[in-house]
Design a protein around this ligand. Structure first.
Ligand SMILES: Nc1nc2c(c(=O)[nH]1)N[C@H]1C(S)=C(S)[C@@H](COP(=O)(O)O)O[C@H]1N2
Ligand SMILES: [Mo]
Length: 406
């Protein structure tokens, strides 16, 4: 009989054996030596049609994360970009039949646009921005919380091209008293009871010049799995607002009642240093998640890697936040006792991630505990202790990796 521990060892052995391929994530079986489960579920790689092999977290609905090695480039390739759905019924939209409807009680004149009309009637804008799931890294939250057990890869950085939502709403004309703008999508649940995926934004964010109805990603039409033919892009805010396969946009005069805003994607009030709030949806207990928290990641080296004493070590990574911009990235090679500044790469706009690198030469053999932390331009930095919340959102704990110098 195969015990669970044997089974885990076998999976670990199997995957480690092919870990020479640069894009195959190495599995860290934190629990293998003890009795516990591994830190994260084993990384099962599988390719959806049109995608590279990504880390499968669930199949129906499809939830696939990007292996960290893809984050060594400034922009994440479309075919390696993560895929996240709440609902399993995902129609392949035929662009000939597709129309985007603009309506709701608070517009003066409801309108409809084909994709061609959207492209030809409004000014095109392109913005580099991080798209990060609110639950990215949830799999590393202890004690464990329910939800997809993501590792580091429920995120990506891309150039998004589309038209300003504000221009489209103004064409339809907004009445006085509009409070929120609601976004509906083409996907739905397999059973009628599942609440449809729909989100709303506060009017100010909907009218922000950076909020886009996007139809291109990195110079190509959106991939099916990332929202073809058009999705919302809300730079700086967590990806839950980035509604894919848009079908309709409604301006309304009262708070939207949909499950994915009213009940899900909520944070305890005051838990995070959040500057942009969604006030019309706040209640006494909690508040909708909004902007991303400042964060960073080492992308070229993994915990457990060994280096020779004569080698200098080139650490490389990324840092991002909710759109204030990255001010500084610091690295510690002595478990946080002292910090030194990393060199920050090109600025692709305040919503894009920033690449950084840090080179050092260890002076003695032994183990080194490395840490990295980013600070943004509003002076907010990453916490040394995880900020707990029921859904495990905004995991932005300072990352720690252990290296051996031999
Ligand atoms: N139509 C639709 N749009 C959606 C979702 C969804 O389930 N359906 N999930 C949202 C969430 S929670 C995330 S993290 C992002 C993921 O975007 P991606 O799949 O392009 O990576 O899409 C958002 N837009
Ligand atoms: Mo998400």
């Amino acid at each position: 009989m195969i015990t669970r521990r044997d089974f885990l060892k076998r999976i670990a052995g199997g995957v480690t054996a092919c870990a020479g391929g640069a894009l195959v994530p190495r599995i860290v079986l934190a629990g293998a030596a003890s009795k516990g489960l591994p830190e994260l579920p084993a990384a099962v790689l599988e390719a959806l049609p049109g995608k590279q092999a990504l880390i499968k977290r669930s199949y129906r609905p499809p939830n696939f994360e990007t292996p960290v090695t893809y984050f060594n480039t400034q922009f994440t390739p479309n075919d390696a970009f993560f895929v996240r759905y709440h609902l399993a019924n995902i129609p392949e939209v035929n662009v000939q039949d597709w129309k985007l409807r603009i309506g709701g009680e608070s517009v003066e004149k409801p309108l409809e646009f084909t994709l061609e009309q959207l492209k030809s009637r409004f000014e095109a804008v392109e913005i580099a921005a991080v798209c990060q799931c609110a639950g990215n890294r949830r799999g590393m939250v202890r004690p464990q919380v329910p939800g997809i057990q993501w590792g580091h890869g429920a995120m990506g950085n891309a150039r998004w091209k589309g038209v300003r939502l504000k221009d489209v709403l103004n064409r339809a004309g907004l009445k006085k008293g509009v409070l929120e703008v609601v976004f509906n999508a083409a996907d739905s649940g397999m059973v009628a009871q599942t609440p449809d995926f729909a989100k709303s934004l506060p009017l100010a964010k909907a009218l922000d010049e950076n909020t886009l109805i996007a139809f291109e990603m990195n110079g190509e039409p959106l991939p099916h799995w990332n929202g073809f033919p058009a999705r919302l892009v809300v730079p700086g805010w967590t990806a839950t607002y980035w509604v894919k396969h848009l079908t309709s946009i409604d301006a309304i005069a009262k708070p939207f009642e949909g499950y994915w805003v009213k009940t899900a994607y909520r944070l305890p009030k005051e838990a995070f240093p959040m500057q942009e709030r969604f006030l019309s949806q706040e209640n006494q207990m909690n508040t909708p998640i909004t902007e991303m928290m400042v964060n960073s990641l080492i992308t070229n080296i993994e915990s457990g890697q060994r280096f020779r004493l004569s080698q200098s070590i080139d650490l490389k990574g990324i840092a991002w936040d909710g759109g204030y911009g990255i001010q500084q990235v610091e690295v510690s090679i002595d478990e946080g006792k002292s910090w030194r500044e990393a060199v920050i790469g090109n600025d692709h706009g305040r919503f894009s991630w920033r690449q950084w690198h840090f080179r050092f030469k260890p002076h003695k053999k032994g183990s080194y505990r490395l840490m990295v932390k980013a600070t943004n331009r509003s002076g907010v930095t990453q916490p040394l202790q995880l900020i707990q919340n029921p859904a495990g959102y905004h995991h932005n704990l300072v990352q720690t990796i252990d290296l051996q110098v031999i």
